[in-house]
Write a protein of this length. Structure first.
Length: 381
């Protein structure tokens, strides 16, 4: 079979040689009869592309020239070409002397009566996934997505597509930005978040979504908080994530509002603490002292005048009521703002084991049995 194929190749090469040599791309003619596609002729550029000599290709089956996995991809394109009588593409990767090459192989029919012959051309890989039509589609999808669309190439470490609104917002050149340029525009405290975001995107499943909020500096020096949400857009031949598509949203106003609400909440909590402290001190230092003065006055009155039995009982009840009021106000003042806790630092983040003094104070004011546990110490009392 090899000798027969060699003979056919020499005869056909006389006819196809000038045509193949004039083609702008590396090209070859294969005969698909027999056990599999066999090379009948080829251009010099085809040999140079593969880094092979003519003897390694002339009359050889496709499977002997390309690696098994690449050969299967090309054979499938040839079958599709013959079935539809139209050109069929196959994206292949093979190793040259120095590196791995990504190419687009096109199998085209050679007209009727060609005896099962197919023209094979090798073209540069279609790296630019974003033709004018695709860019227009992404531009139209952007407003519907509640964000500005972008595509980031994890392999090349640069943007491949950025919607115009995002270009204008972040002052990005139309050619996009590489990794270092993106990191240079980012707040340095957010760089670790960005690195983790990239790692998460590289490892995520097709249905997963990776999200990160980063502060980006714009031309006028302002910092914008931008939320980036992305998912898998393309994978390479090995199944690794090569490109992600995402939507960017300017959340600066929401972020500022969130910070303002947080600051307002902290200010409110502080004001409440200050007011509780003030009320507690007023009750302890003013109201209780007035009650003490009233009690002392009643004691002095009791010593100076003689009261009959009913008057003495009424005075006794009044003094008892005053004493009860003093205890209630002192307890209320203590609960509003326990002074011992502030003095010992518990309210400023001190350890929980400083709270027993508070519990003892509460137990001394109410007929209660209390127990407490200091978190992390395992002690219970």
């Amino acid at each position: 079979m090899a000798g027969s194929a060699q003979k056919i190749s020499k005869e056909r090469l006389l006819n196809y040689g000038p045509i193949l040599a004039a083609m702008p791309r590396p090209a070859a003619v294969l005969d698909t009869r027999g056990e599999g596609p066999t090379f009948m002729g080829f251009s010099t550029s085809f040999l140079a592309e593969l880094g092979l000599k003519a003897a390694a290709v002339q009359g050889r089956p496709l499977r002997d020239v390309f690696p098994p996995d690449t050969s299967l991809l090309i054979s499938d394109a040839i079958r599709r070409c013959q079935k539809s009588s139209k050109a069929a593409h196959a994206a292949i990767t093979y190793r040259s002397v120095t590196s791995a090459l990504q190419r687009d192989v096109v199998a085209s029919p050679i007209g009727e009566g060609s005896g099962g012959q197919v023209l094979l051309t090798i073209e540069p890989a279609r790296r630019d996934m974003f033709s004018k039509e695709r860019r227009t589609l992404l531009d139209r999808l952007g407003p519907l997505n509640m964000g500005m669309v972008y595509v980031y190439d994890l392999t090349a470490r640069r943007t491949r597509y950025v919607q115009k609104e995002l270009l204008d917002l972040l002052d990005i050149p139309p050619a996009g930005l590489a990794f270092e340029a993106i990191r240079g525009r980012m707040h340095r405290q957010d760089v670790p978040i960005f690195i983790a975001h990239l790692a998460e995107m590289a490892a995520m499943d097709d249905d997963a979504v990776s999200e990160a909020t980063l502060r980006m500096r714009v031309r006028d020096g302002r910092w914008l908080s931008v939320r980036w949400r992305a998912r898998v857009f393309a994978r390479d031949a090995n199944g690794a994530v090569s490109k992600v598509i995402g939507a960017a949203t300017d959340v600066s106003e929401q972020y500022a509002l969130s910070q303002a609400l947080e600051a307002a909440g902290q200010a409110l909590a502080h004001a409440e603490t200050v007011e509780r402290r003030r009320v507690g001190r007023e009750l302890h230092d003013s109201t209780v002292q007035h009650l003490v003065a009233m009690d002392l006055s009643l004691t002095a009155l009791e010593r100076r005048i003689s009261l009959h039995q009913e008057g003495g009982a009424a005075l006794h009840d009044t003094r008892a009521a005053l004493s009860a009021a003093q205890r209630e106000i002192r307890t209320f003042s203590f609960m509003l703002h326990p002074p011992e806790l502030e003095e010992r630092g518990a309210l400023r983040g001190g350890p929980a084991c400083r709270f027993p003094s508070m519990w003892r104070g509460v137990a001394g004011r109410y007929p209660l049995s209390l127990s407490w546990r200091c978190s992390g110490s395992g002690r219970k009392r």
